[in-house]
Every structure is written in structure tokens, then in C-alpha cells.
Design a binder for this molecule. Sequence first.
Ligand code: GLU
Length: 429
Amino acid sequence: MAGSLLSDAGQRLEQALKYTTISEDAIESLKFPQTSLTVSIPVRMDDGSLKVFQGYRVRYDDTRGPGKGGVRYHPSVTLDEVQSLAFWMTFKCAALSLPFGGAKGGITVNPKELSRMELERLSRGYIDAIADFIGPDVDILAPDVYTNAMVMGWMMDQYSIIKRQISPAVVTGKPISMGGSLGRESATAMGAFFVIQSMLPKFDRPPETTTVAIQGFGNAGAILAELLYKAGFKVVAVSDSQGGIYSRGGLDIPSIRHFKESSRRIQAMYCVDTVCHTTAEEVLTNEDLLTLDVDVLVPAALENQITEANAANIRAKMIFEVANGPITSAADHILEANGIYVFPDILVNAGGVTVSYFEWVQNRSGLYWTLEEVDQHLKHRMVQEAENIWAIARDLSIPMRTAAYVHALCRLGDAISAKGTRDYYLNGR
Ligand code: GLU
């Protein structure tokens, strides 16, 4: 495996291989991404200048179906990161039994520095550059960090212009009016909520006495915070990229969401002028939030937040990974040694891609579902696969992450082997 992030992701594969009997051919074909595309996207900026941005689309494996995965806009996007994210998507889709392979895209850009018109030109330029590489039966895009329904709409529209036919199924997470699915916007949070709800009783944890800290207050983190708050959990800390707030008695999440939506920093809510000193809330950094003494910690921001450097300081009893890759493989071992139970990203945050699958199905059938139907199908799948993975973890006495990879590997191995293995060709088996 090439880059450092990707080789870290590969460690998880190594761990899981010990518990499966998949063919060597399957292992060999999962070692490297199938196709990695790097493109340069020229964009005419509002001041008349021309700027060229680097973009990527990686298809890791498509044995189980067309590539599927989001597109990320972030200044730190690299090919190595996109390859790792595509690797995770491959295992996520297999773990949830979605008929997709894994893919991912990204552009190295700080979208906050672009005007809306520049953002539209960049998004359409990205599709111009990768149009021959994607398609409803080839590779399907979706939102990820700092991309949203609007961006997906531009991308679908641009692809349709290039192909001269309306092609809603090439992108999921679109605006509802352009063929998007009800429930897609909240799907990642909703999926994580269903996993948390189904797993906590196994630890004898009723919501009222369960404290939660959430790092990241974007689409997934903020909606999950509200779902947990409404279900009676005590959400004691939340943070965004600027910092966070903590209250031992629990935070008023709907008010914080309301405040944040008017595009202010979370910390500012309690720490502008005198307010800071008159409320029970304390400000804290993102790093402090991770080490709070809580029952449930939810990293819902970016990858590599819990590493060898801070894993020993984590005091939460359980971690539910809503971000992709927030814990490094070295940190996994430290957390495990300290008895901290980790529920992995490829299960916990799979609600997003699961409803993306439902959106793709709706686009192709032309029949659209109600929100109740979407949520009901999502709950069924999330709970069923969480229970399957739980049973593997229990039966083999292995961590949930390894169990999730074992579960996904069996499905991937079956699909790869169905095309023939060394044993089949040489020994007739
Ligand atoms: N970006 C999301 C993820 O990492 C969603 C991907 C999708 O819907 O295809 O799972």
C-alpha cells in the first residue's frame, strides 16, 4: 500500500485477515486501488484571474458493484487521503451489503475562501474533468466534508449537460427537487443514532444517565447531537473547528444549532462579551473535548484525531466513529488495552451511503419513497448489520472494528472468488 494514511487503513485489513478464510487472490486484489485519477481544474475567479485546482477521483474496488463515495472539498485533500477514503468506502458498502464498490473524490481547496459563483464553476469544472470516469453504472458521487446538496445538484446538472440526457443516478445527496431522496440530509446522523440506540442496552446504559461529547458540529455531528438530546441523552460537550463548549448538566442542543446556523462559532455563543462569565458552560478546545470523562465520545469531524499521542488520555467508555478514520490503527491498540469500546466508522457512519443507495434506487425506478419509508429501511439495515457485526465480535472475541472488516471481507471475498480462484483453476474447487 502506497501512502501513509492508506497503509494505516491497510493495517485494519491485516488484522481482519487472521479471522477469515478468503482466497489469496481476493487478498491480492484488495491491496491497491483499482484506478486513481488526478485532474487539474482551471477556474475563472471573480476578479478575472485564472486559478488551477487539483482534484482526484479514486475507485478502489468495483467487484460488488459500481464505485460509490463522496467528494470532499478541503485544503488538506491529497491523493493518499482520497485513496484511504475510497478503501473505507469499499468496506463500508460491503459491511452494509450495498451493491456498490468503494470510491471517493476530492478537491484541494478551502471552499470558505470561494464565492458561490466560483464554487459552482469549480464543481462543474471537476465534472468536466472526470465525466468519462463516472456514471450511474460506473461510479456514483455524493456529498462529503464541505460539500452539500447544492454542490451535488451542480455536479448532476453538469454531467447531464455533457451526456445530453438527464442522469440523476450519477450523484446522490442532490436537492429533493432534482431527484434527491427524503432523509438523505440527516441519514449519516440517523444511521449513527440507530446504531447507538441498538448497542447501548448491551452495556446497560439508559439514555438519561449516559453522557455524550461530540467533536464536530457539521451536518452529521449537529443532527446527531439533536437526535440524542431529544432521546434524553445528556450531551455535555460539542465543538466545531474553532473550539467547543462543555456543561456538566448537559447542553441545550437545539439552541446551539440555531445559533450555529446563523453562521457563528459555537464558542461565541457563550463567550462573547460578558455572557461567557454568566452561564454554567465552559469553553474548551477540540483536543480537550476528546479527553473528557464521558460515557460516549463521538468524533464527527476529520480523520486522525485520536492517535498514539493522545489515545492514552481518552477517558470515554465507548467511542462511536461518525467521522471517517478518526482513530489511527496505533491508537486502536491503546484504546483496546484501556478497555475502551470502539464502534467503527464503516458501520456507524454508513447511514449516509445507505440512503444514497436508496436515492439511486429511487432515481432508477422513478418511484419516490416517503420519509417514513426511508427511515424505516435505514433503521432495519443499520440495526441488522450492527447486530451481525456484534455477533462476530462476540463469537471471535475481537474488537467491533475487526469484526466489521471480517464481515465486509467475507462479502468482498465471495464476490472476488466468484470470478474464479487459483484453487478453482488448478484443483477444480
Ligand atoms: N461521504 C459519505 C461517506 O463517507 C457518503 C458517501 C455516499 O453517500 O456515497 O460515507
